[in-house]
Design a protein around this ligand. Structure first.
Ligand code: SF4
Length: 409
């Protein structure tokens, strides 16, 4: 049986591949690409049908972060000309959230830059969640505030949060190359705190930062081991004014292979195409829907995505449907495991789809994306080494939360 037959058979049974098989997916050729997408698509449809879950980002506090995550436009010392503002008021955040829900989003993701929340910040987010749930009690709320201290996850859970996002981002072995103000272990600890408090763990990665195939496989298996219920796959947007501005390492084909590998390792887990979808997949975005079962609607934290209506049109044109508020995202057996883990706070193994941890980090800036094509203020240029600086693909967010302009949803 060849590689793809093996991976498909395993995925249909909810089993994960070996590390060697995952690496082999990343090593497939462009001639094999459609076969890889088709195999991952069978696994996706087995567990998620043709549903696409829409998530909507609300950046509660933008920029001015003391952390040094090198991929982030909100980092310490960032020269990126992003929106900078402090905490939105609850009604302002609720207005933005309402736009996303009206556009079809099932989950609202409340994100704030910074190392981690103070107890006063938890109060602010509590008030914001109340305002959102008052308008729409059914909406799922995921919170992303960075590193959590003791009891903060419990307070968020009690206040109505459904999930907590904290991405591992890259492998443990290379984590120190992308940030020095906190550690990989800090990130794991926060996801474990969130999961232990009964919050669903949302934790993913960023591809395109110069990592090896082994690093990608390491972080994806680590996420599986931690029991992340949803895995956002970000493709680095090399923001001008950040240390990774020249890291344009991805092609649409590479992105599809990465998504397929993530799907095979997480056959029955939500896989979300996150920041960088428009920038790196470009006209190949619909193929990504055959692998992932979740995307962000509209704009990202500090950059603009394609129009929300274009997201909806793409889903429909590709033969998929937006997942409704009353539909379960995870398959029943996987949801049972997640709920049991959240109730018991215990962790298992990858094969048993364990239950503790997931993990993102001091979050708030990694989900940068940009629109397809040439919508920026500055055209593509070349750096002194001849590498293209595709600034034409990145458009800084100038609408929605923190502005007077309507959100894109
Ligand atoms: S990812 Fe989060 S913690 Fe890191 S620099 Fe950006 S906003 Fe700060």
């Amino acid at each position: 049986m060849d590689l793809l037959d093996t991976l498909t058979a395993k995925g249909l049974r909810g089993e994960i591949p070996t590390r060697e098989e995952a690496l082999a997916v990343l090593a497939t050729t462009d001639d094999e690409l459609l076969d890889v997408v088709a195999a991952a698509g069978k696994v996706r449809r087995r567990w998620f049908g043709r549903r696409v879950k829409l998530n909507y980002l609300v950046n509660l506090k933008s920029g001015l972060c003391p952390e040094d995550c090198s991929y982030c436009s909100q980092r310490l010392g960032s020269k990126a000309e992003i929106l900078k503002y402090t905490w939105l008021k609850p009604d302002q955040a609720a207005d933005a959230a309402r736009a996303g829900v009206a556009g079809g989003a099932k989950r609202v993701c409340l994100v704030a830059s910074g190392r981690g929340p103070t107890d006063r910040d938890i109060d602010r987010v509590t008030d914001t969640m109340a305002a959102i749930k008052e308008a729409d009690p059914e909406v799922e709320i995921c919170v992303c505030l960075g590193l959590l201290s003791d009891n903060q996850a419990e307070r968020l859970k009690a206040a109505g949060a459904d999930a907590y996002n904290h991405n591992l981002n890259t492998s443990e072995g290379t984590y120190g190359d992308i940030a020095t103000t906190h550690t990989y272990a800090d990130r794991v600890d926060t996801v474990q705190k969130a999961h232990g408090a009964g919050l669903s763990a949302c934790s993913g990665l960023i591809a395109g930062m110069g990592e090896s195939d082994e690093d990608l496989v390491d972080v994806v298996f680590a996420l599986r081991e931690l029991g992340s219920d949803s895995v956002p796959v970000n493709f680095l947007i090399p923001f001008e004014g950040t240390p990774l501005a020249k890291e344009w390492n991805l092609t649409p084909q590479r992105c599809l292979r990465i998504l397929a590998m993530v799907r095979f390792v997480n056959p029955d887990t939500e896989v979300r195409i996150a920041g960088g979808r428009e920038v790196h997949l470009r006209s190949m975005q619909p193929l990504g829907l055959h692998i992932a079962n979740s995307i962000f609607l509209g704009d990202y934290l500090t950059s603009e995505g394609q129009a929300g209506q274009a997201d909806l049109d793409m889903i429909k044109d590709a033969g998929f449907e937006v997942e409704g508020a009353g539909e379960a995202t995870l398959p029943r057996h996987r949801a049972d495991i997640a709920e049991a883990a959240q109730a018991g706070g215990s962790c298992g193994t990858a094969a048993s789809a364990c239950g503790s941890g997931g993990g993102c980090g001091p979050c708030g800036g990694h989900a940068h994306a940009a629109p397809e094509g040439t919508t920026s203020e500055s055209p593509a240029s070349e750096d002194s080494d001849g590498d293209e600086l595709r600034s034409d693909l990145v458009k800084v967010r100038r609408r929605g939360a923190g502005t007077e302009l309507a959100p894109n949803a």
